[in-house]
Design a protein around this ligand. Structure first.
Ligand SMILES: [Zn+2]
Length: 202
């Protein structure tokens, strides 16, 4: 297994957007790839998310889906989180169809959580808790509906991932400066050199 759920894969900043970003290069059919096409990646993502999202969730264990039905529910909430917040970045508004699907699927996920689970967010206690990945992603996304956070959601111009820009003056341009930022810089450098080389030939 060479694929690594490293810090870069959690550039979204919150669980909801990290989940949406498990499809890479959305909107580019040539390069688009769903990491969950391999079902083995679901528990691996859940395990890594508990580590990278400790700031959001505290001490937590996310339960990956165990049945086909649960997997479909997780993919359903992932896709509607993506379309709801992606259209917010483009049109600056939430679409009624997406919002109603989001609330309906999220309600089902929360309803399926066993009694007694702690659904609060942000985390307010040190005690370790358990949550299904889908319900946790829904709760994470609920907080993004707050206008102060909603206006900080951006789409990376290189890879199309969604991320929450928590920088003080909202100046973050890339999902990850070290990956997409550097790729763009290298491309600009290359284009400049090609242009200069072209001019030399004239
Ligand atoms: Zn990117």
């Amino acid at each position: 297994m060479t694929f690594d759920w490293n810090a870069h894969r959690f550039s979204g900043g919150v669980l909801a957007l990290d989940l949406a970003n498990t499809v890479i290069f959305r909107g580019d059919p040539q390069r688009s790839l769903d990491r969950f096409d391999d079902p083995n990646e679901l528990p691996r993502f859940a395990e890594a998310a508990a580590i990278f999202r400790i700031g959001e969730w505290g001490n937590v264990q996310f339960h990956p889906p165990l049945s086909q039905k649960e997997t479909e529910a997780l993919i359903g909430i992932r896709e509607v989180i993506n379309s709801l917040f992606r259209s917010a970045t483009r049109e600056g508004s939430l679409q009624s169809g997406d919002l109603s699907t989001f609330l309906r699927l999220g309600s089902d996920l929360v309803c399926n959580e066993p009694e007694g689970r702690d659904l609060r967010l942000p985390n307010l206690s040190e005690k370790k808790r358990e949550l299904s990945l889908g319900a946790a992603a829904f709760l994470s996304a609920m907080r993004l509906l707050d206008p102060a956070r909603l206006e900080r959601i951006k789409a990376c111009p290189n890879c199309y991932w969604l991320y929450l820009d928590e920088s003080r003056n909202r100046s973050r341009r890339w999902c990850d400066m070290n990956v997409c930022g550097n790729r763009a810089k290298a491309r600009r450098h290359y284009n400049r050199n090609v242009k200069q080389a072209g001019n030399n030939h004239v």
